[in-house]
Write a protein that binds this ligand. Structure first.
Ligand code: PLP
Length: 375
């Protein structure tokens, strides 16, 4: 079938293609002025003092944990309903992830379980704005006290909590600009930082620990222009100007792209609400404004896999976000997390992106309404 509706699809226009062509013609492809332009524009959008561009959200999370200077074996709590990067970043830094259960309606971190999992060994809390819906940040902060919070905003570019974009409520906010994210560069990420010293250090850590980028060393007539210091061992995970050029264009389009996702989510909520067998994600309100990266519904009866197969036969692709990550073998044997494990069996992600046409949305609505779940 050639008119398959994909679960995710980037929305790229001529402007992005032109922006990349300009960078390619400019002769400066690496970390340079476009990256800085993107960082400044993104920081202004989310209201952060600083933003550091990196190659992925995985790298942003790794960098954020590194900035905390933790000791091997220190604990970091992580919600289990997320992509594995959120916990891998903990282990990259030789710390121990402690998995936390989720709320059954939003699939965001459970504040009650967070309270149970925190101890004197807890050195950081990672929260994930799952599907783009902000977590209860006031609730998390009340439990966290002085424990630093890292916001995993991979799904949440443009999401708003109590009137303010997410990414600046914790100590660091980590964003993804991966191929299918609301703001895409194909691959890319960023970490938002408010502390000036952290910012300087993060810029070095993304570039092997070197204290000056090649762009900064380029201006004419600098004495010893080739010299730099390496004060600590960093990563090689910086953003580059080809990707940043796509990001600069996408950032301007983000409000419209997110508005379209929200419009589709509202159609689904209205059309599927009366079905009675599909539980829908909560609507936006004055406190929580989602970026609607994922539209995740739950079957209250019948088999999620049957619905997925049925829709596939009709040329509509779906997904499951996520299998709880504490169940993956790489994390060894973990304590059960009953809400996440029960919810996992019932969830299905339906296509929701700005490249869906009016007809695509109609096809999805008709197909879902035509499904009869087995009892
Ligand atoms: C919640 C979450 N965190 C982190 C990541 C990692 O992002 P990236 O692919 O940019 O490394 C993802 C990717 O999908 C994600 O969904």
């Amino acid at each position: 079938m050639n008119n398959v509706i994909q679960l995710f699809r980037p929305t790229i226009g001529e402007e992005e293609i032109q922006a990349v062509a300009e960078v390619l013609r400019s002769g400066w492809l690496g970390l340079g002025p476009k990256t800085e332009e993107f960082e400044k524009a993104f920081a202004a959008m989310i209201g952060a003092r600083h933003v550091v561009g990196v190659i992925s959200c995985t790298a942003a999370l790794d960098l954020a944990v590194k900035l905390l200077d933790l000791r091997p074996g220190d604990e970091i709590v992580v919600p289990t309903c997320t992509f594995i990067s959120s916990a891998h970043a903990v282990v990259y830094n030789r710390c121990r992830p402690v998995f936390v259960d989720i709320e059954p309606d939003t699939l965001n971190i459970s504040i009650e379980d967070l309270k149970r999992k925190i101890s004197s060994r807890t050195k950081a809390i990672i929260v994930v704005h799952y599907s783009g819906r902000p977590v209860d940040l006031d609730g998390v902060k009340a439990v966290a006290g002085t424990i630093p919070i890292i916001e995993d905003c991979a799904h949440a570019a443009g999401a708003v909590y109590r009137g303010r974009p997410v990414g600046t409520f914790g100590r660091y906010g980590c964003f993804s600009f991966h191929a299918v994210k609301n703001l895409t560069m194909g691959e890319g990420g960023a970490v938002s930082i408010n502390d000036d010293d952290d910012y300087r250090r993060a810029r070095q850590l993304r570039w092997l620990g070197i204290d000056k980028g090649t762009w900064e060393r380029t201006p004419d007539n600098k004495e010893y222009w080739w010299e730099y210091s390496v004060n600590e061992i960093g990563l090689k995970c910086h953003l580059n100007d080809i990707l940043a050029a796509i990001g600069v264009v996408q950032l301007k389009k983000l409000p419209a792209l997110n508005a379209r996702r929200k419009q589709i989510a509202e159609i689904y909520r209205k059309e599927f609400g009366p079905l009675g067998w599909l539980e829908l994600p909560p609507a936006d309100d004055d406190v929580y404004r989602s970026s609607w990266h994922i539209f995740c519904a739950k079957l209250s009866t019948g088999d999620r896999n049957d619905l997925s197969q049925y829709l596939k036969q009709k040329g509509i692709m779906t997904g499951v976000h996520y299998k709880p990550i504490h169940l993956y073998r790489c994390y060894g044997h973990q304590e059960p997390l009953p809400v996440a494990e029960a919810v996992f069996k019932r969830i299905i992600s339906l296509p929701n992106h700005a490249s869906l046409s009016h007809d695509d949305v109609g096809r999805i609505v008709d197909a879902v309404k035509g499904f009869s779940p087995s009892r």
